[in-house]
Design a protein around this ligand. Structure first.
Ligand code: ZN
Length: 277
């Protein structure tokens, strides 16, 4: 599932396309992709608009339109965006298409169809619930400490909770916890100060590294992460624990294990990561 580095990569790639033309038409083949709006209303409201700005909040692509509406795209499991240089008919996995009057089209491709598009006047409806952005200045050590001390959950589901910290998913949660030497089943309020410091550094470090490598593409099938122009991310080879079960830890050579924590496959080195409970 695309996380902060992958979604930010898509936003930057989309912005680089300089989509300044007017949308002359939209098609919606799979209405369930639309979150808070009917296909007819969506097509009507997006027609004759232009993109003013493309940004990211959490795992959402946020496109500001010139009619005071906001378009949000959440890629969920297998969503991806492509820009075609023509107005050809959508293929079977292209569920929403925006046709621009410069001859190009934006294609939303999603094999598993879990992605969501929202169109609204009020951005808070879609992103109002999100927590702190981990790569912004507002994400200080004090903020993280307060969040952890006010919770008594396991740290892994805490990191995945978008209302606390926005943008972290399974890959970067496992990598951050390995960096910080924290077992994913540790109770948030029991984590010592020193490990909280390392977690704060670790979250920023693994997300920045993911972003620098333009995201993590784990395999080569259609369901993996691809940015615009179907470009793969290069971050997979930088991962220290995620999907490395049965291989040796780079620190201590212990075999990396896979556990299930809060219903999510979780990768750890039992020697390097301490359980605080
Ligand atoms: Zn280790």
């Amino acid at each position: 599932m695309p996380e902060l580095p992958e979604v930010e990569t898509v936003c930057r790639d989309l912005a680089a396309e300089k989509l300044t033309a007017t949308i002359e038409k939209a098609t919606v083949k799979w209405p369930n992709i639309l979150h808070n709006i009917s296909p007819d209303k969506f097509k009507k409201q997006i027609k004759e608009t232009k993109f003013l700005e493309i940004k990211r909040r959490g795992k959402y692509i946020h496109i500001v339109l010139d009619n005071q509406m906001h378009l949000f795209i959440h890629l969920r499991m297998t969503g991806r965006v492509a820009i075609n240089l023509d107005h050809s008919k959508p293929n079977k996995h292209e569920h929403v298409v925006l046709y621009f009057n410069d001859g190009r089209s934006l294609r939303y491709h999603d094999t598993r169809k879990f992605g969501k598009w929202s169109l609204t006047k009020n951005p808070e409806e879609v992103i109002g619930h999100l927590g702190v952005e981990p790569l912004e200045k507002e994400f200080t050590l004090t903020v993280l400490k307060d969040l952890l001390l006010n919770s008594s959950r396991q740290i892994k589901p805490f990191l995945l909770d978008q209302t606390k910290i926005a943008g972290i998913g399974n890959i970067y949660a496992d990598e951050s916890l390995f960096f910080a030497g924290i077992h994913p089943e540790s109770i948030t309020a029991k984590i010592p100060e020193d490990n909280i410091k390392r977690l704060h550094q670790g979250i920023k470090k693994v997300l920045r590294q993911g972003l620098k490598n333009m995201g993590t593409t784990l395999g080569s099938s259609e369901t993996n992460f691809y940015s615009v122009a179907k470009r793969k991310g290069r971050n997979k080879e930088k991962l220290l624990v995620f999907r490395r079960e049965t291989q040796n830890c780079f620190n201590c050579e212990t075999i990396i294990k896979k556990l299930v924590v809060a219903q999510r496959g979780t990768h750890i080195c039992e020697n390097c990561q301490t359980l605080f409970s």
